[in-house]
Each structure stands twice: as C-alpha cells, then as structure tokens.
Design a protein around this ligand. Structure first.
Ligand SMILES: Cc1ncc(COP(=O)(O)O)c(C=O)c1O
Length: 432
C-alpha cells in the first residue's frame, strides 16, 4: 500500500473523491498535486473559489487578521472584520436586506433561515422544489430532494416539508406533451400552478412559513428557470404573507454574471442565504434579511460557537472588494456568453448532448441517449473522466448525474476558458 492508500483507509467512505491525488498548491485557475501535475480546476471547490485559488488579496487579509485575533465568540463581543464585512455586504445586497446573521457552512445558514422563518411567521411548513439541494444536516437534508443518496438510510426526516416541481423546462412533462403551448419561451405558468395547488391541497397559506428556492438550481442540474417563475413565486409569497428565501449558496457571489442570481429575475427575496464564494474558501455563511424579519427574532434563540469567524470575515471582506477592483462580474458575464455559445456549438455537433444552458460562468451540458431524452449518466461520467485524464477537473450534477457542470473561477482568462473547451471537446471525441 502506498502512503495515500494507507491514509485513505482511515477516512470515512461517506465522502468520495473526484481524484485520488494529494493537492499541494493552488493558484488562480490551477491546482498542483504532489507529483507536480497541474490541473485546470473547473470545479472551483464546488463553486467556492470564485476569486481563484489563493487570491493574493484574500491571502494577505487572512495573514493580517491571523496576527490580530483568530476567534472571538460572537456572543462575547464584536470584532472589526465582521463590521467591515457588513459594510462591504451592504454595497452588494439590495438595501432592504440590511440585517445579517453569520454562520459557518451553507447547511447551517439554511437551518438558520428555516428557524427564523418559522419563528417570525409562527407558521410550521415550508415549500421546496424537486431536485433542490440545501445541505446535509437533518433539517437541510429534509429540504433536499436532488437524489436519494443524500436521504437514503437517514429517513424519516423533518416533517412539514412540501415539494413542488421546479421550472426545469427541458424536462417539463407539460412541454414534452405540448411543446407549442408550454416551455421556457412560452407563456406557461405550470410550475406556479402546482404551488397554488399545494397551497390548496396540502399546506394552507396560514401554516406555510416560507418558499425556499435556488434562483438558479445548482446540484440538481444547473437549471435556469424562466423569469416569470421567480416573479410568480414572489407574487404568491406577497399574496399570502409567505417568506421567499433565496438559497444563493451555489449560484451567488458573481457566478451568474450578477452579484446574486435573483437580480436576473427582478425580484428581491425576504431572506438571502450565502456561503461558498462568500469567503473564497474560508468557512463562512450568512443570512441577509429584511430588518423587520430579523428584528422579530428572539434574542438568544439562535447562534453558534464559530459563526462569523474573524479570519473568515476578513477573507470575505477582501473577496467582495476584489469583485469591484477586478471587474469579476463583467468577466463572468462576457466569458459566460462565450462559454454558452461554444457549448451550443458542441450540442449541434454531438447528439449525446441534449441540452446546454447557463448564465454567466454557471453552465450545464446535459447528456442523453440518442433519439430521446433518457439521461445518459455513463456518457457524462466518461466525458468527465476523460477531462480529468487530460488535466481538467470538472464535476457532474443532476438527479441522474448526467449533467456536466461548468464552474470555472470568475478570474479566468479567455485563454484558460479556451484551454478547458479544448480539453472538453477532446473528451467528447475520445468517448464518441
Ligand atoms: C444551493 C446549496 N445550498 C446549500 C448547500 C450546502 O452548503 P454546505 O455544503 O456548505 O453545507 C449547497 C452545497 O453544495 C448548495 O449548493
């Protein structure tokens, strides 16, 4: 047994690895392993390192803060990086969402938002969507419907969760049956009608605290819904006094070409959940809320030992500044258009690709069996593995794992994007 295999046997099997490599260094869009092999990293730590690996300004902020104070329990006193971070956050969130709660992970923030919604509305239930991913702790897992692998063996889960279809137009049963009338570009409200049906048949509005939605779906398949879907959710929430919670853990922090994905849809959620890209790799998550909502929460009723860690907050404040200083949104938007254009050309050339979609540098290639829409996991995994062999890390997603997701860092250059596209086309050819 070599050294890595030796250690692997001491690690839980619950967490699989994309590559059996020891990564020793990361810089920008690249990672290097212990054999000095270089990888183009288009996984971005699953949407975390949006500013690239070890951005020098983030690293400097971490060094500087580490010399001052590492941990200050948030119940004890305030620390300067958190105040600085709130100042930076106020520049990028809508002015209404000016009250914050800090935690460590995405799931923890999701749980916090769920508790907050229940406490202030005094309603028990929550509506989520098919294929959604919100985390792996028991509460967050109960809201997660992406795949049975995330739930099997852990059930029964938290009650009070009602599941509606997401506006996944490529796989919409209505659009498949009647493409003239239903679909992304049509005046179709089917997914919204289903929510209305749930509110009439399963959870009454007066017992529904919140609708929790990923404005662009991540783990479930990188699905961009039509604008009217999110606008319709906003209206339903307004009509019934239900809170609209946007989980921007994967689609936020510039990923879509706007700071937050909900901005594409002209809505403002009542609660906004962020993590991943927030601190460029340091553990930190945040709920931004309308003041009147957080003001109603009961002091002492929620919290955590490490929430809003000083070093993580310093990294996050530096991260937000980088967005403006280095025009990351513009880069994500411009290169995102190029990426989508090139992926659509691949779709025209390779019949194994059933759908290409995306916004900014958040793009999906969905693999299907020829002459139909049957999900082709084998093909997606083969293409992914061929990319890895040639030196590019990339991930699949979707309920059937038949979607390859593109999550390059937002600092990539056109040349690096081109390098990734070349590797991808080579993988398509090799696996044809
Ligand atoms: C949309 C979304 N919500 C929540 C989570 C959970 O975040 P974490 O893994 O930090 O708990 C994820 C993680 O992938 C996510 O993509």
């Amino acid at each position: 047994m070599n050294k890595l295999e030796n250690h692997m046997s001491n690690l839980t099997k619950a967490v699989p690895h994309l590559v059996d490599s020891i990564i020793v260094r990361g810089e920008g869009a690249y990672l290097w392993d212990h054999n000095d092999r270089r990888y183009l990293d288009f996984t971005c730590g699953i949407g975390v390192t949006n500013t690239g690996h070890c951005h020098p300004k983030v690293v400097a902020a971490i060094h500087e803060q580490a010399d001052l104070i590492l941990h200050l329990q948030q119940n004890t006193a305030f620390h300067a990086p958190m105040l600085r971070l709130m100042e930076e956050l106020r520049k990028v969130v809508p002015s209404e969402l000016n009250t914050f709660y800090f935690a460590n992970s995405g799931a923890e923030a999701v749980e916090g938002a769920l508790k907050l919604a229940r406490q202030v509305t005094k309603r028990p239930n929550i509506i989520v969507f098919q294929r959604a991913f919100h985390g792996r702790t028991v509460g967050a897992m109960s809201l997660t419907t992406t795949k049975t692998i995330f739930r099997a063996g852990y059930q029964p889960l938290m009650p009070g969760v009602f599941i509606a279809p997401y506006a996944y137009c490529y796989r919409c049963p209505k659009a498949e049956a009647n493409p003239e009338k239903f679909g992304f570009d049509k005046d179709c409200n089917w997914a919204l009608e289903e929510i209305d049906f749930i509110l009439h048949s399963q959870t009454a509005p007066w017992e529904t605290a919140a609708i929790l939605v990923e404005p662009i779906m991540g783990e479930g398949g990188y699905v961009v819904p039509p604008k009217r879907f999110l606008r319709g959710l906003r209206k339903i929430c307004d009509d019934y006094g239900i809170l609209l919670i946007a989980d921007e853990i994967q689609c936020g922090f510039g990923r879509s070409g706007r700071f937050f994905a909900f901005e594409h849809f002209d809505i403002i959620p009542d609660l906004l959940i962020m993590a991943k890209g927030l601190a460029s790799g340091m553990p930190l998550s945040c709920i931004a809320s309308k003041r009147k909502i957080m003001d109603e929460t009961v002091p002492g009723s929620h919290g955590g030992t490490y929430g809003g860690n000083a070093v993580s907050c310093a990294a996050a404040a530096a991260t937000i500044k980088i967005f403006e200083e280095e025009n990351l949104l513009e880069n994500a938007s411009n290169l995102g258009k190029k990426l989508l254009h090139r992926l659509k050309e691949f779709k025209d050339k390779y019949p194994v690709i059933g759908d290409v979609r995306g916004l900014g540098l958040m793009a999906a290639v969905e693999f299907v069996k020829p002459n139909g829409k049957i999900p082709d996991k084998e093909k997606a995994v083969a293409v992914k593995n061929a990319c890895i062999e040639t030196g590019m890390l990339i991930l699949t997603c979707g309920t059937h794992d038949n979607v390859i997701r593109w999550i390059p860092p937002l600092i990539i250059t056109e040349e690096q994007l081109e390098e990734g596209l070349k590797i991808f086309e080579h993988a398509l050819e090799k696996t044809a």
